[in-house]
Each structure stands twice: as structure tokens, then as C-alpha cells.
Design a protein around this ligand. Structure first.
Ligand code: AMP
Ligand code: ZN
Length: 140
């Protein structure tokens, strides 16, 4: 899909909005998130505009996951991260606010609240097994 004139990430790709670019490949680029959840929070996006997980072509998705893995490795090697979360928000109700597909690469730091005070956004609680099976059957 050609660049979307209203898309801030297309503008970043075209250099119309400044960014701290940290890596690029033929199909994807990575740059720093300006509202970092933890130290080193980066975003990986395809060069071609796609709205979200459900419409991105497979080649672009693979390019983004490959590059996200590379940035995750750098976060561990160069920033001393103890772990990494990958996050994708697909749809407004799933926290997506920029509608150009992106993967968040979020380095995680154990016992360093100055760099990382993230918490799981749900409380793990055993579910009703009948509901779980019934929902699983719909997805199977
Ligand atoms: P999401 O809410 O999953 O759609 O994530 C969008 C992300 O883009 C947020 O974490 C924002 O902080 C980030 N963001 C928005 N504008 C910019 C920008 N100009 N440069 C870097 N990151 C940005
Ligand atoms: Zn775009």
C-alpha cells in the first residue's frame, strides 16, 4: 500500500517527522518510542503501510518479527536487559493508537524500578474449564 499521507509512521519513514532510527532492513525499520514504557523501548514497522496484524502481508510481518528479534538481542547484549516483551496492539479496543502496523520491543529489567516498573495488565486467575473448552472449540 502506498504511504498514507495522514500516517505518522509513514511520515517517519519518509523523514518528514524526526525519529531515532536504530536499524533498517529491506522491508522494515526500527526506531525508539518517544513515550518509553521501559528504558530502550523501540518500535519495528514495515516500510509499506499496513494498518494492523490482520492486513499486513506475510513477508512484511516476517521482516518485522525478524528485526524485532534482532532488537531484542541488542537490548540484552547492549542495555543489559534481563528479558524482553514483544507487544502488538491490533485495533483501538486493544490499545492501538497508531494505525500503521508495529511491534513494540520492550526491554525488561529485574529489580531496576528506575528503568522498568511495568506490571502484568491482568491478574492470572484460574478460569472456568467449561468456558475455556467451549471458547477453544470456537477457535479450533
Ligand atoms: P500503539 O498504542 O500500540 O498504537 O503504539 C503507538 C506507539 O507509537 C506509542 O507507544 C507511542 O508512544 C509511539 N509514538 C507515537 N508517535 C511517535 C513518534 N513520533 N516517534 C516515536 N514513537 C511514537
Ligand atoms: Zn503508515
Amino acid at each position: 500500500m502506498p504511504a498514507d499521507p495522514d500516517c505518522i509512521f509513514c511520515k517517519i519513514l519518509q523523514g518528514e517527522i524526526p525519529s531515532t532510527r536504530i536499524a533498517e532492513t529491506e522491508r522494515a525499520i526500527a526506531f525508539m518510542d518517544i513515550n518509553p514504557g521501559t528504558a530502550g523501548h523501540a518500535l519495528v514497522i514495515p516500510r509499506e503501510h499496513s494498518t494492523d496484524l490482520l492486513d499486513i502481508p506475510a513477508e512484511d510481518l516476517h521482516a518485522c518479527t525478524d528485526l524485532a528479534r534482532e532488537i531484542a538481542a541488542r537490548a540484552k547484549d547492549r542495555l543489559g536487559a534481563d528479558g524482553v516483551n514483544l507487544l502488538n496492539c491490533c485495533g483501538e479496543d486493544a490499545w492501538q493508537s497508531v494505525f500503521h502496523f508495529h511491534l513494540h520491543v520492550i526491554p525488561r529489567y529485574k529489580d531496576q524500578p528506575d528503568k522498568d516498573d511495568l506490571r502484568l495488565p491482568w491478574v492470572p486467575t484460574p478460569g472456568d474449564m467449561d468456558d475455556i473448552r467451549a471458547t477453544g472449540e470456537k477457535l479450533a
